[in-house]
Structure formats: C-alpha cells, structure tokens
Design a protein around this ligand. Structure first.
Ligand code: GUN
Length: 293
C-alpha cells in the first residue's frame, strides 16, 4: 500500500484564500485593516527567516504588519514596555513574539504580558489553560498544532474515537496538539524521550503526529497500516547530491512510512505552510472580535 500524500501547500493555500476573502469583507464593511505586530529579539537566523515569511504572508493577504526588532542585549524592561505599548495600540490586533527568546529573557513573563485578545500564537497561559479544560474555550490555539488538525480534517480523517499518538510534548507543538486531539474526541497518548517500547506504542496509532526534532526517527515497521501520519519535524541533514550540501527531512522516515501509512505529510510541503496560514486566520479572528467590542 502506498500512502496518499497530504498536500500542505494546497490546503494552506485554501486557508489563505479564505482569510483573504474575510479581509476583503471586513474592509468592504468599513473596518480597519487587521494588523499583526511581530517582535523579534536578537539575531537567531531561523527566527529572522520565520518572521520575514510571516510579514510577507500578511502583505499577500491584505493584513498590516508592524515589525519590531530588539537587539540580543535587550533588557526584560525593554521587551515588557514594548508589549504593553502594543497591547494598547488599536491598530495592532495580534502580537507575535518569535521564540526562542535570548536566554536572559523570561519567556513566560513575556507571553503572559500579551493581552489574551491579541495572543494570536495561543501561548498565553490563560489560552493554554482553557485549551486543557473541559467546557472552556481558548480565544486562540497555537498555530502549528491547529494546522495539523486542519490537515487531518481536510484530508478526510475522522478524529472522533480514534487512537492518536503524539511524539513530543513541547509547549509549541506536542502538548497543544495532544489537547486539540482530545477536544476532537480522539484517545490520545503522548510519547517522549522516557517512553518505553516506543515502536509498540506508535503501532497503536490510527493518527500519528511526530514532533520530536529527530531526523527520520519513525520507521515504517512502527506504523499501523492505513494510519494518518503528520510529520512536524524540520531537520537539516547532509546531502552531497545537493548544491547546498544539505536538505530538509522530517521526523518520519518518509520513504519507509509511505509504504505503510494511509496518508502522510511530506517535508517540506506538509505542516510547514500551515503554521503561517493558521496565524493569518487568528489575526483576522482577532480583528473581527476587536471590532465587536
Ligand atoms: N518558534 C517556533 N515556532 C513558533 C511559533 O509558532 N510562534 C512563535 N512565536 N515562535 C515560534
């Protein structure tokens, strides 16, 4: 059996189209353009690339973006006062602090300072807490895990009652992905570096989300035939056949797993494009909610 490939680029393009349409409707109704503030601290090259793509995506969809950069030596007070200013700015509907922050800054404090109504990353502890509770609704949920759920739903995967396994328990992907799956009535197991008999646990999964940051870690023999496999990993490996000398692979051994799974996301072109599309959707939701206040 060869898995069908879940085309993240295509599904992200659909979501982006829906967002652009919403923006057009808001403007036609006389509302201000939705606005996203990005906060980038220091010179992590990957963070610079991510923020640039987020701002480009805003531009493409008719969303204003306001870029703020602080040096790697910025103090907590400088970061805090920027966030307080952005909370008070009506042009700014969403605030995104690109992670990781330089080690001397307090990430938890920064994320807690963002108004929950502007927390388009879904990382504020109140939004995370609500995500974890029955009969509570977070205002926003984190973009990458939300993108994983949309990929599953739009490729025909029914989540209710299914056995789901999440590899990884990070704040950004693994834990919120598990919580979202629970909210969809899946039966969820979270695996991590201390999990025993990992291949046996993974073999139980009708739905597997891999987010551990280890290149081609999940092998074909670990996967239940017909399973849906969502690969969140982005790992650089050496590849002498490439001009750059390297290429990107996921946490799943794609060549092996595609022969067993029912559906699988590729890397690149799977989960990656969804993260920004979901962020854009959150910004427009924030703008709509602000206009009703
Ligand atoms: N760093 C890695 N992923 C993310 C994300 O989704 N949002 C932010 N703010 N930082 C990140």
């Amino acid at each position: 059996m060869t898995a069908s490939i879940i085309d993240g680029k295509l599904i992200a393009e659909q979501v982006r189209g829906e967002v652009a349409e919403e923006v057009t409707k808001l403007i036609a109704a006389g509302m201000p353009r939705p606005g996203l503030a990005t906060v980038l601290v220091g010179d992590n090259p990957a963070s610079h690339v991510y923020v640039k793509s987020k701002r480009k995506s805003c531009e493409e969809l008719g969303i204003e973006s306001y870029g703020f950069e602080l040096p790697a030596t910025a103090t907590q007070e400088q970061l805090d006062s920027l966030l307080v200013k952005l909370n008070a700015d009506p042009k700014v509907n969403g605030i995104l602090v690109q992670l990781p922050l330089p080690g001397h800054l307090d990430e938890e404090r920064a994320l807690s300072l963002i108004s929950i109504d502007k927390d388009v990353d879904g990382f504020h502890p109140v939004n995370v807490g609500r995500l974890a509770m029955k009969r509570r609704d977070p205002i926003f949920v984190p973009c990458t895990p939300a993108g994983c759920i949309v990929l599953l739903q739009r490729s025909g995967c029914k989540l209710e009652g299914k056995r789901a396994v999440v590899l990884g328990r990070s704040n950004i992907v693994g834990m919120p992905a598990a919580l979202l799956l629970v909210r969809e009535n899946a039966t969820v197991t979270i695996c991590h570096s201390k999990t025993q008999n990992l291949p046996d646990v993974v073999r139980e999964a009708d739905i597997l989300i891999a987010a551990i940051g280890r290149a081609r870690f999940v092998k074909g023999s670990w996967v239940k035939p017909g399973a849906y496999v969502i690969d969140v990993g982005i790992n650089q490996i050496e590849d002498a056949t490439k001009k750059s000398g390297h290429r990107l692979v996921g946490d799943v051994d794609f060549d092996e797993v595609k022969e067993v799974a029912g559906a699988i996301t590729p890397v690149p072109g799977g989960v990656g494009p969804m993260t920004i599309a979901m962020l854009m959707r959150n910004v427009v939701r924030a703008a709509k909610a602000a206009s009703k206040k």
